[in-house]
Write a protein of this length. Structure first.
Length: 63
C-alpha cells in the first residue's frame, strides 16, 4: 500500500537565481557577501520575503 501523499509528492524546485546571502555559523545568522546582516536589508526582504536558512531546522521547529 502506498501512502496517499506520495501520489502528489514532487521534487523540490530548483532555484533560478543565486541567493545573495550565506549562513555565518560564527554569528549564527545570514549575512550578505559584504558582511552586513541579511535580515536588516529591507530591499532584500521586499524582494525575497525572507532570509531563511536550513541551519538548525532539523532540531528547532521555530527557525
Amino acid at each position: 500500500m502506498q501512502p496517499f501523499a506520495l501520489n502528489y509528492a514532487r521534487p523540490a524546485a530548483e532555484l533560478e537565481f543565486a541567493i545573495p546571502y550565506a549562513y555565518d555559523s560564527g554569528r549564527q545568522l545570514n549575512v550578505l557577501f559584504d558582511g552586513r546582516i541579511a535580515a536588516r536589508d529591507h530591499a532584500l526582504l521586499r524582494e525575497l520575503g525572507t532570509t531563511t536558512s536550513t541551519a538548525g531546522s532539523k532540531t528547532h521547529f521555530d527557525d
